[in-house]
Ligand binder design. Sequence first.
Ligand SMILES: [Zn+2]
Length: 352
Amino acid sequence: MAGLRQTIIRSGLESLYFTGAHIALRSFVEGVGAILTLHHVRPPRPGRFQPNRLLEVTPRFLTRVVKGLRRSGVDLISLDEMHRRMTEGDFSRRFVCLTFDDGYRDTLQWAYPVLKEAEVPFAVYVPTSFPDRLGELWWLALEAVIARNSRVGLVIDGRDCKFDCRTVAEKRALFDELYWWLRGRPTEAELRGVVRNLAAFYHVDIATFCSELCMSWTELAQLASDPLVTIGAHTVNHPMLAKLPKEAARSEIDLSRSVIEAALAVKPQHLSYPFGDRASSAAREFEIAAELGFKTAVTTRPGVLFAEHSQCMTALPRISLNGDFQRMRYVRVLLSGTATAMWNGFRRLDAA
Ligand SMILES: [Zn+2]
């Protein structure tokens, strides 16, 4: 299923590129700028079962993107500068912001040297439980359970279910099924409960993903000391906020800002909603972020920025640099706004 979806997206992006439609439609859809979403930046790894690979691009691809954007005359700017241009209506030049979610160590190890060399500002959104080493990167625990076993059992809707996952194809299919079933749980507590049980039963230590993959506070301080870097909030525990009671959602955001301020002596002015899709963040969360005084907050709803977004600065869309689509021509099409305009039915604002 995922394979088919990728093929459709790829052929859509290809046809927009090769027909030149992205250029023809540009003046209608391109907007004033865009915010890019990245997660991992690291060299390709061996192994055919990498269901989370869409969350990583290579340092080489990042270098190409930066060079390509610079060549096309786009300004690469910080979130503060984006906020200034949006609120002051300064749209004389198109701009792009680079944002990295989750605070992975490879941001420091691989992305930072590329961006430092090119003097590109960027933001890192940190869920504070990750450097506190209490975070649960549950999607990686799920991947590990499926990777290390040929049969996985769990209780779904009160029934004992067993799944074969011997082959790579079976593992991919099972990951997709369980991942989206988990994302569909009505509460964050249920999702976490299922994954904790699964990890305990199959001897996967969820805590290790944090220490292996995420920056420590010391490493974050190193990044934060560079004026090119903006440290943003990304909650404490990385929950799907919309599935928490309102007060809990509010304190996830508020507390994470205080923890970052205490640890790094900078008060985050910018927020990224974990997962960032419609089921994770919507009108209620956008309002909380505005009430708490964040200058901007970003979703993962796909789209470029229009002048109208200055009216909803805590509900900004982004464009994901997807590991399955590491071609500069896809980035050009995405930044032209054509593909996302089609996905969004040519609607510009989506802040509900
Ligand atoms: Zn995240």
